[in-house]
Design a binder for this molecule. Sequence first.
Ligand SMILES: Cc1cc2nc3c(=O)[nH]c(=O)nc-3n(C[C@H](O)[C@H](O)[C@H](O)COP(=O)(O)O)c2cc1C
Length: 387
Amino acid sequence: MKSKIIILGVSGGIAAVKAPELMRLLTKKGFQVECVLTRSAVNFVKLPGVKVYVDLFESGFNAKKVLVQRQVEHIALADKADLILIAPATANLMAKLAHGIADDYLTTLILATKAPVIICPAMNVNMWNHPAVKENLAKVKQLGYEIINPVAGRLACSYEGLGRLEELNKIVKTVVERLKVKDSLKGKKILVTAGPTREPIDSVRFITNASSGKMGTAIAEAAKKRGAEVRLLMGQTDFVTGQDLLALVKKTTPDYDIIFHTAAVGDFGVQTRPGKLSSRRPVNLRLETQVKILEQIKKFNPKIRVIGFKAEYGLPGKLTVQFGADATIYNDVSRKDIGFASDDNEVILVMPGRKIKIKKTSKTIVAGKLLDFLVRHYRWKFLGGEF
Ligand SMILES: Cc1cc2nc3c(=O)[nH]c(=O)nc-3n(C[C@H](O)[C@H](O)[C@H](O)COP(=O)(O)O)c2cc1C
C-alpha cells in the first residue's frame, strides 16, 4: 500500500533540534516524510542526507522555465501531502498563519494545502502567555488548524512553565489517529444545529436557556476534519426563535444526509406583546408548548440520519431513543462541570440495542469519539478497531 505523505514543517524554535527524532518516529510508522524548514530553523537543525525545502526561490530561479513546465514545486508538495505537521511552531509562525502571511516556503505551503494541518507550538512561557500569541492561537484554531498544546516543564531558556513541545510519541499518536479518521465522512453532507433559542416576551425581553453552542460547534469541526461538507446553524446568528429554527430545518434538511440536532430549543413559546411591558404591575406569562423540531425532521427528509441531543436535569434511570431520532445523546445539565456553556461534556449515546458512555472530557474529544463511533456503526467508512 502507498505510504501516506507527511510534511514535517520545522520553524526556528529551540525544539527544532528534536526534528530528526520526530522524523525517525514518523518514518518508523511507515510514513513518507518530507521536511520543510524555515530559514531560522536551519540554525538549529541539520538533517544530513535528507532533502529539505527552505527557500521558495532556488538560486538561478527562472520564471520562464516554470511557465513552460507548468510545475511549481511547493504547490505540488502541498497537493501530495496527506497531512502537514508543524513541530515546533514558533510564535512568529503562528502569527503568520493567523494572518495568512506567506513569505517563505513553509507558510506558502500551508496556505496552499488542502490537507489537515497540525500545529505544535513551543516557546518560552512568557511568550506563550502573551496576549498577542493567545489571540493568534485563537485565530489559528478558528481557521481550522489543529493545535497540540505545549506542556509544562523545564524550558530551554531555563524557565519553568508551559511552553515545552509535547512529547514526540504523543504527537506521532495524534498524527496516526488523524490520518485514520481523515476522509471518513467524505461525501457526506452534515447539518448541525447549535445554541439556544430565544422566545420574545415583548420587544426587548425574552426567555432563553444557558446553551452556548459549544457542543454543536465541536461536532461541526470534527465532521469537517473528517471530510464532511458541514453547515452549522447557530442560535442568534442563523435563527432566534424555535419557529425560526423549525423553518430553517424544514428548508435545509432535504439537502443533507445526517443531522446533529444539538440546539437547545426552548420547549415553550410566549405570546409576544409589542413594545415594552410596563414593570409597574405584575404580568402573567403563559408558556405555550411548541412543535418538537426533532419529531418533524424525518417528515422533511425521510432518508436523513437524525442524531438528537437531549439535555436532562439529572439523568433518568431509563434512557430511550427519542421519537424521530436514530440515536439520542444524553447529557446531564444539572452538573456544573459539564453540559451547558462548559468546555467539557460527558454523554451517553443511546441507539436501538446499544448504549455507550463517553466519560467526561473536552467537547472536542467527545465530538470526535461520537463521530468515529457513528462512522463505524453505520459503516460510513471502514476504520478498523472497535469503539
Ligand atoms: C536560541 C533561540 C531560541 C529560540 N527559541 C524559540 C522558541 O522556542 N519558540 C519561538 O517561538 N521562538 C524562538 N526563538 C525566536 C525565533 O527564532 C524567531 O522568532 C524567528 O523569527 C522565528 O522564525 P520562524 O518562525 O520563521 O522560524 C528563538 C530564538 C533563538 C535565538
